[in-house]
Design a binder for this molecule. Sequence first.
Ligand code: 4AZ
Length: 484
Amino acid sequence: MTSTLGPPPPYYENRGFQPEPPYAARPAAGAHPYPQLFSTNPPSVPSYIPRVATHQSSRPAAPPPRRTCAASLRKTIIIILSILIVICCAIAAFFIWYFVENHCLSSLIECGSSGVCMSPSQWCDGVSDCPNGEDETRCVRLFGPNFILEVYSPVSKSWYPVCHDDWNDDYGKIACKDMGYSVDTYFYSRGVPDVSFKSYMKLNTSAGNIDLYKKLYSSGSCASGNVVSLRCIECGLSSKSASIMNRIVGGSGAVLGQWPWQVSLHVQGTHVCGGSIITPHWLVTAAHCVEGRLSDPHSWRVYAGILNQDEMLFRSGYKVQLIISHPDYDTDSKDNDVALMKLETPLSFTETVRPVCLPNPGMMFQPNQQCWISGWGAEYQGGKTSNNLNYVAVPLIERSRCNSVYIYNGMILPTMICAGDLAGGIDSCQGDSGGPLVTHHHSVWWLVGDTSWGTGCATPNKPGVYGNMTVFTDWIYKNMQANR
Ligand code: 4AZ
């Protein structure tokens, strides 16, 4: 994070960056060599037949006969075969369990319980791909800053708000699950007055115990006049009020709990990139942070709720289970510079570890909307990453302006958003990548973007460029759903 407006932040060096033996044991001298096969009392036989005991007694160490060797070999083979059979049964049982429980391999969504699997991109894309059209009949989204629940009607090819009449939390949990959230994080369903809608989805309460989506029908009226506002997770809360942040201009050291969604992503004990918590299991970062060999989840450790890099050195961090880079990410243009990280174990939310809200479709940010960036990035171009978490206020810059010849000359694609001061002095920098660009709106903090690129740091007319999160929300939900 670069800032020349505030007092120079203290300088810290970042110190952050594994047989059975082939022959039976020799019998004691004088003992019978074949105790199992021959009686110890010699049978009465004609005297010219040599007696086994006599034959043996004078020989010190005769190897056991072939029969024992064959028996031993047979026993070994039986044991090995038994072990192999047990292993095969265990593997078969695992696969039977997997397909009964999960049906579809990870990264695919099942069409109802048909066993047919679809790619997340085919889900709610307006084209019916599942045998019974399930990919287009369970489409829900949260719209606008009030989290208005909307259901897609494949018949009229449009989104409808859901009338709050007869709605309850059980329905809310189903809708949240269909967006990729876990029921564990469910927050609330509330009725909010809204007069702007002309058509609704209503619950047919007499339809009996059938699927939520089969109970919904479109109607021109909603008796209560209230539509469902659905919160699948308590997101966007900071223990520090926005008014305090407004008084700090130009970049400062953060306090604990101020940016509770900010995480530090480490490779081999070194801070490499930032990220933002969106659920206990999922983080958003930049695709360019997880390119090449860094696409291996085992490379990463995640630190949450910690301000100083020094402190992270003594902790083990969270392990990463899965990394999903946007399929249309382009290394050269930085188009679609977003990635998801799934943690092996969920984060426990506290005052200092909390999720940020993903922007809903239909959210309007002002052309110069005040936003904030945070991270452990360099404090000047070419500098080392910072020991402290820093933050700075950066206004959004309109795309058309940011694309002007004297700024980025058409390099700002619809998946990008510019923020910063064209006069220079405040910006994100090396090490801030993947971290959050947030704004405070309707009492919650929203993830507007993820730090992506820029020419230098804090250079006049070269503001920071961020992934445009509003464009990615749908991709994020579909991939969370496909990898639950
Ligand atoms: C980086 O390399 C980086 N000034 C991040 C942000 C900016 C430049 C570089 C924007 O992580």
